[in-house]
Design a protein around this ligand. Structure first.
Ligand code: CA2
Length: 147
């Protein structure tokens, strides 16, 4: 089983700015932590970050060929992107929406997600652990459906 760990815009800045909101872990730390869990779970990961909506959409389309699920932090596009929702709905790849911060405890515009209604679920507020919790969740979900 291969799972795509996909990061949206500005997440390449993780660990370099706003540590009070996003913590001090970097994207490399997220990769290390998710790889350690993937080894435990016996699954393979691909890791990608894009700042552009088009780059994210192209990777989601490509995932039809090589991934069974996506652990996705869509960043700011969470709250705005009909195009990303269409890509996720159109490919029908199961995904978990993850956020480092608790989006429900911040500005009101962050409470709305255009993607969560078509996700398996959402994990928010656990810092780097949002990714490992999301990964555990999607692998269990996929395994429970594959018989
Ligand atoms: O909490 C999350 O993971 C977010 O997806 C992060 C997005 C934000 O727009 C969402 O509402 C919640 C922002 C990503 C920007 O990441 C930065 C990291 C370090 C420094 C600056 C930005």
């Amino acid at each position: 089983m291969r799972i795509l760990v996909l990061h949206g815009p500005n997440l390449n800045l993780l660990g370099t700015r706003e540590p009070q909101v996003y913590g001090s872990a970097t994207l490399a730390d997220v990769q290390l932590a998710t790889e350690a869990l993937a080894a435990e779970l016996g699954v393979t990961l691909s890791h990608t970050q894009h700042n552009s909506e088009g780059g994210l959409i192209d990777r989601i389309h490509a995932a039809r060929a090589d991934c069974q699920g996506i652990v996705f932090n869509p960043g700011g596009y969470t709250h705005t992107s009909v195009a990303l929702r269409d890509a996720l709905a159109g490919t029908a790849i199961p995904f978990v929406e993850v956020h480092i911060s608790n989006v429900h405890a911040r500005e009101s515009f962050r409470r709305e997600s255009l993607l969560a209604p078509i996700a398996i679920g959402q994990v928010a507020g656990f810092g780097l652990a949002s990714y490992t919790l999301g990964l555990r969740g999607i692998v269990e979900w996929l395994r429970s459906r594959s018989g």
